[in-house]
Ligand binder design. Sequence first.
Ligand SMILES: Cc1cc2nc3c(=O)[nH]c(=O)nc-3n(C[C@H](O)[C@H](O)[C@H](O)COP(=O)(O)OP(=O)(O)OC[C@H]3O[C@@H](n4cnc5c(N)ncnc54)[C@H](O)[C@@H]3O)c2cc1C
Length: 500
Amino acid sequence: MPTPDPDVVLIGGGIMSAHLGVMLKRLDPRLSIEVYEAASELARESSDGWNNAGTGHAGLCELNYTPPPAVAGAPVDVTKAVEIFTRFEQSRQFWSYAVAHGLAPRPAEWIRAVPHLSFVRGDANIAFLRARHAALSAHSFFRTMEFTAERDVLHRWAPLLVEGRAAEPIAATKIDAGTDVNFGELSRRLLAWLGAQEGCRVFTGHRVTHLRRASEGWGLVVRHAESGESRPVRARFVFIGAGGGTLPLLQASGLPVARGLGAFPIAGQWLVCENPAVVARHFAKAYGPPPPDSGALGGPHLDVRHLHGKRVLLFGPFATWTTKFLHGTGRVTDLPASLRTGNLATLLRAGLHNRVLVRFLVRQALQSLECRLRALREFYPEARAADWRLVDAGIRVQALKKADAGRLYFGTEVVTAPNRTLAALLGASPGASVSAHIALQIIQTCFPEKLRASDGYACMKAMIPTFDTDLGQPAAASDYARRSAEIDDLLQLRITNTSG
Ligand SMILES: Cc1cc2nc3c(=O)[nH]c(=O)nc-3n(C[C@H](O)[C@H](O)[C@H](O)COP(=O)(O)OP(=O)(O)OC[C@H]3O[C@@H](n4cnc5c(N)ncnc54)[C@H](O)[C@@H]3O)c2cc1C
């Protein structure tokens, strides 16, 4: 039987709840925490290894974090890349703490060192990549980034990108400090630790169906999938980390922040290759430029992944239509059921303001397998259809806010109740990579007293040493270099054999 009235309920058993739950329990071991996951297994939605790209987003290879300058010849603005880097660094710090303290053991099973490449074709793109490299490599975070427009160098970095390619200008940057993360594995390890702590329980097959304000905190109704039985649960604090399931719960909460809020699901798909002869010849994540009309969806990439002890190649993602908010436990009625008189206008405005993106999504969804293979061959000219199959990736549920006048919001945003008894996460990007930063934000907003206590402050300093310093400041740079090497050691991040 669950403990009556836990202090904290976390809705959803993905990477976000895992981070928040573990951090809170470490900060205050007396807290009772319950996690409710609707699916029969933990972290099988967006956080699952197959459902996302597993890129440790640190601004190393994603060209959308460094937009081309409006004026030709102007320096490339790297602000966003630096910001993502510092947030990812907080995740790395927390993960190394988790490994050192036995909260997430055997890091080689969920994180790997994988070089991050940005790959471009054509003179204009090469000029941009060169300028981006100049701007990034001037910063201590990206100092080791290399640039090449030489085919033989690029062939050593990523042979599949070069072999069989027509004589066209190509270039790439490479940085060895990149990572491939199985966020699903990491979530399951963290949640296993949490569930074994006194006063904590992790339930699978339990869907939160109702959420309403109670005299102190929140009243929830939780339905057990197998028996169909529902029971009430009360908690002083609730985190809605339900991914695509967040919007309906926020709507049920009646909070002002939910008024006019809509959601727009974009499902993803990958081309997957498991042919060992091909897989053994690609040892990087290679990101291309985002297509011009794709909004902030990001560019296509060809990645080596390490999933459940196996190396595979993924190419994509390709966007496709869905009205479901979740793969596993979602329904085709999710989108229509989320419509309210208050958010219908928001959705329609979003459709009108984002016509170019809508056209892009329609084109993507209607693409044949042959079209997708053509996109792959822009990266890997000699790709054979027989080596590749199409699989589903996760669903990104983009938040649509009334105040944004139709702008599609692609970031991740924490929203909180005015009395700070509830927090929820909207959006999906850069997502899992910044989960430690997101958990920290929630703790700073909703549990500030825990960080004011001297033992709480010391504990947070141990978990995320730079949580209250600006890593981007020059004074922090040398400290960062020393710490970074220690983190690499703990996470066993060493590129020893690029094809291994
Ligand atoms: C195609 C794609 C590629 C991506 N690539 C990357 C990448 O390379 N790097 C990166 O950092 N991020 C990436 N992301 C984003 C990242 O996957 C997500 O931001 C992250 O996994 C979200 O974690 P979460 O815990 O919020 O949600 P989820 O992992 O979706 O977990 C939410 C959980 O809540 C459960 N749930 C829902 N409703 C209820 C309810 N009512 N009651 C109980 N449980 C409920 C769900 O079953 C689910 O298990 C990608 C996403 C997609 C879709």
